[in-house]
Design a binder for this molecule. Structure first.
Ligand code: PLP
Length: 470
């Protein structure tokens, strides 16, 4: 018997249904009050100007009663949907008893760790530890930085161009995106960024095997992958590389903010080999790509690679409760007590929610569902007739569509236009990409085929309606 209601029962039935202009009058009022009271750093409502009232499954209602299909799901957080009743029941039962526990043992905490072990990738399962710190993804990345420095005794770090790892000092230092850093320099010393293989760059010609550090038999044949691995190799191995060997390599198995960039299949395996050969840790940032989003629990599993550590957050708190963690191989469990800390490292309602979300995903077979639905969504997007739609990509329900003109110039105007038109017709979509020119869809795993059909009718119409800027 599956746990909780079927995915068909989770949503507002009438989505999408927009009956006012956007923003409606009540949203206008709340947006105006927010501008008056809230921080100037508030960002999302600038692109999607609505005030929110109630969410259910893959749907959300705004303050004026308009109902939307939510295809960005709290930016990749709500994998089992808004306010999933099965998950909320577990949260409420825990909240009645105990909410804040620092890191004292509780059944909730132990069960969460056990269930994370159940879904850990091979190579970490039964040999893993988890460290909790602060509740965000950035906090998890900070924990992984300390883990790598502590275990290797080195301080340099290698990350990738196009990456996003968070907004705190260490995570921001690893992040590739300049705009997040401007005005906050200097960053942590010793961080270098290697090129991330760019799928559009695969149109580059050249003999990959001549550059790839892997053997000709192991090389995946993609020139941009070979170039990226070659750069990583020299940053790690070249005695004149300019700084010490890194403690670890931080990599998103699929870059999210960078534009839903899916690297060629040899990339993660090549990184794994280079790290093994040089005693460097491989840390996969699965904060956006993990917890089932790609149709596997962890995107690194798709490449058959076991990282030394995985940073996780977003979906693991079940219904959007804050929870961040770093899972790592037990051989790196060398901390002294208090080696990594944080007052909120024991958010037990979030841990209950995480366990219930795992149960829900498993019992409704949502990983296979995400794989199939993702394929459907990508196929629909590929059929959209627009001269600047140069690539549709992704895995599972991690979907990107990139727009460039004939000269290769990135077209963020098109993505903005699609986002606005979709909003007006009741579908929430988001953007990504180094130049904001990638349309990003992150629908909850509980999105039904019917919702995907209706939603994609709207998205495809919106894409086809966009003019190509001069
Ligand atoms: C890959 C990745 N790492 C880290 C983070 C930072 O997580 P948080 O915003 O919870 O601090 C994000 C957030 O989008 C992310 O996508």
């Amino acid at each position: 018997m599956p746990v909780g209601p079927s995915i068909h029962e989770l949503h507002f039935p009438d989505a999408p249904n927009v009956e006012t202009s956007i923003p409606g009058p009540r949203s206008e009022e709340l947006l105006a009050r927010q501008r008056e009271l809230d921080s100037a750093a508030v960002a999302y409502p600038r692109d999607v100007p609505i005030a929110l009232e109630e969410g259910r499954g893959s749907t959300i209602r705004d303050a004026d009663g308009n109902v939307y299909l939510d295809f960005f799901a709290g930016i990749g957080v709500l994998n089992v949907g808004h306010s999933n009743p099965y998950v909320l029941d577990a949260v409420r039962a825990q909240e009645e008893k105990l909410v804040h526990t620092i890191d004292f043992p509780t059944e909730a905490r132990i069960e969460f760790i056990e269930r994370m072990n159940d879904i850990a990738p091979p190579g970490l399962a039964d040999e893993m530890k988890i460290v909790f710190g602060g509740p965000s993804g950035s906090d998890a990345v900070e924990g992984s930085i300390k883990l790598a420095k502590h275990n290797t005794g080195r301080h340099a770090m290698l990350a990738f161009e196009g990456s996003y790892h968070g907004g705190t000092a260490g995570a921001l230092s690893l992040t590739g995106g300049r705009s997040y850093k401007e005005g906050y320099e200097p960053m942590l010393p010793g961080v270098v960024h290697a090129p991330y293989p760019n799928p559009l760059g695969e149109r580059m010609t050249g003999d990959a095997t001549a550059v790839c550090p892997r053997s000709a038999a192991d090389c995946c044949g993609q020139p941009s992958c070979a170039r990226a691995l070659d750069r990583v190799q020299s940053m790690i191995e070249d005695p004149y590389a300019g700084q010490e060997k890194p403690a670890a390599v931080w990599v998103e198995p699929i870059q999210g903010e960078g534009g839903v960039v899916v690297p060629p299949e040899g990339f993660l395996r090549g990184l794994r080999d280079l790290c093994d050969d040089n005693d460097v840790m491989l840390i996969c940032d699965e904060i956006q790509s993990g917890f089932g989003r790609t149709g596997e629990w962890w995107a690194s599993e798709r490449a058959g690679v076991t990282p030394d550590a995985i940073t996780m957050a977003k979906g693991i708190g079940g219904v959007g409760l804050p929870l961040g963690a770093t899972m790592y191989h037990e051989k790196f469990d060398t901390w002294e007590p208090g080696g990594h800390v944080g007052t909120f490292r024991g958010n037990v309602p979030a841990m209950r929610a995480g366990v219930a979300a795992i149960d829900y995903v498993e019992s409704h077979d949502l990983l296979s569902h995400a794989t199939a639905l993702g394929e459907y969504i990508r196929d629909r997007l590929r059929e959209a007739d627009h001269p600047a739609l140069v690539e549709v990509r992704g895995e599972g329900l991690f979907v990107g569509a990139e727009f460039r003109d004939d000269d290769g110039r990135p077209l963020k105007e098109v993505v903005k236009g699609v986002q606005r038109d979709c909003l007006e017709r009741g579908v929430l979509v988001w953007k990504a990409g180094r130049h904001g020119n990638v349309l990003r869809l992150l629908p909850p795993l509980v999105t039904t085929r019917e919702q995907a059909e209706v939603g994609l009718d709207v998205v495809v119409d919106a894409v086809e309606a966009q003019p190509v800027p001069e």
